[in-house]
Design a protein around this ligand. Sequence first.
Ligand code: CO
Length: 217
Amino acid sequence: MSRFYKQVFENNEKWIAGKLAADPEYFKKLAYGQHPEFLYIGCSDSRVTAEDLMGVEPGQVFVHRNIANLVVPTDNNVNAVIQFAVEQLKVKHIVVCGHYGCGGVKAALHPHDMGQLNSWLQTLRDVYRFHMDELEGIPTEEARFNRLVELNVLEQCINVIKVDHVQRSWYNTGYPLVHGWVFDIKTGRLTDLRLNMEAESRNIRKIYDLRPSSNPG
Ligand code: CO
């Protein structure tokens, strides 16, 4: 057993002691239930941790992470997370958070065989394909890489808006609001890409309006 492995359990004991010192009822309250206002969909990258970068406590964010923060319509996992967050937790915000320096996005910039990852990264390569004119007009590779990170976040936000549960709830209650963020590992700064949910919904409504009332006949 590695030293680091044992360290985790020692860290856990210290964390419990610290929480109880600040509030003896801490775990009693935590066990009572969760009412997170946010669903955070981010990258699995070990350097990009939702709660730390948002400065929030356990119980405040419902989290889903995968390689390159993708929202793939056939992914049962992300679909279940979104449905639960919207229908049961009634989150007010769904955030897709990408990050500069993302290894998944970088892999999609260079065509080569990635084995198991090929089908996963196809969603990213499609983002490149949708925005090829803009991306190939960018002179440096670093700037192109950064822009693909941002465009991927925006495309995944659109994928969230397409989800039937999200559409129904948004039309009926005004929530959840969908946001695109980018985290910069070099500075720690979080940027809101200011996605216009109203405009994006309008753009896709013609082919993605899944509300029951919109069905013909
Ligand atoms: Co990443």
